[in-house]
Design a protein around this ligand. Sequence first.
Ligand SMILES: *Cc1c(COP(=O)(O)O)cnc(C)c1O
Length: 421
Amino acid sequence: MNLSERDLKVVWHPYTQMLNALPPIPIVRGNGACLFDEDDKCYIDAISSWWVNIHGHAHPYIAQKVAEQLQKLEHVIFAGFTHEPAVDLAERLLKILPANQTKVFYSDNGSTAVEVAIKMCLQFWHNRGQQRTKILAFKNAYHGDTFGAMAVSGRSAFTAAYDSLLFDVDFIDLPDSANIEALKSQISNLKSQLACFIFEPLVQGASGMIMYEAKYLDQLMAHCRQEQVLLIADEVFTGFGRTGKAFACDHVSVQPDVMCFSKGLTGGTMAMGLTTCAQFIYDAFLSEDRLKTLFHGHSYTANPVACSAAQASLDLFLADSTMENIRRIENRHRQFAMKIQNHPRIRSTRQTGTIIAMEWETRTDTSYFSSLRDRLYLYFLDAGIILRPLGNIVYILPPYCITDEQLDYIYSKIENALETI
Ligand SMILES: *Cc1c(COP(=O)(O)O)cnc(C)c1O
């Protein structure tokens, strides 16, 4: 039996209908933007392995730092104990986050970072004895797959089996010039019950790389602040350079009260989540009354090896060459968008930073389950490119180390697909 066959006997894969799933492709090693299979065929990782990899695969610097940490300390309980990697990482991150962020809470992934953020905000009001229990979110939002994170995400085919169990959330449209005033009054009408507003700044990733303007987000955030609605920026996807600045919130002037990170945090090396908050949120949990404690934690909270991967990833992220690479990818994406935007099979193109998305014209189904999606996915795989269209939306978000030649190859295959698929 080969590895794919052994896999199908014992493994259940994420977001995969196992009845008719194609055998998974065994990957043996990675280098830069390339992943290599058993025959040493290179697949260009044009989606950064589900958006996590920012510096390329098996980066020798991250590998070295992780190896060193493993030989010193692999893990220690994080209640009552601490360690250098966790403290150092928190100090360094807070220096580059919006200035009001002063405390870091560690967890395991993006969904847990969101759970912690929601619990911080709900308990903030609880601890102050105020009845604010409702949450505001954007329609079509995606904040993760655990129950709280699902509840603040849009209802969809992915949540249908659990919808009746998800707590009620007030969903609003994305802001634009036409609806911004109406959204503000909607928020004002709900304000006395609203604990917080959670949003993906600038780009809604999982719902199809839907983009909206920073200036209207800024206005919405300012209005929430005025109405004392706490602001949670979910930067799990947008953090660490994706949008062209270090963080998507660097595009707006209002600073969020709480922020969530994961994905690019460790450069795509280890699972880790992180929730940061402003001092006044933290202060609301300080009390002689033990019931005001934030009762949340995971077994692997602040795992030292994950922290050292994040430290190493941060070293690389802060090097000048990384921002230069981000600029380079932005420019190349822009030129490519201009080249194809009038193609009859392209309904629209959009771009924020290193993310480019193309909506394909299709007479049939545009859903996540569309057959166009499957044909495109297989076509690109065959060409040695990993692209996973969301329905009829093809997007590229590469590791920042991707070469111009690799980008041009991806673009040329997309142009070819426009003629043939
Ligand atoms: C991926 C994602 C999450 C969930 O992160 P996981 O690590 O997959 O649990 C949360 N929020 C946003 C915006 C995401 O893109």
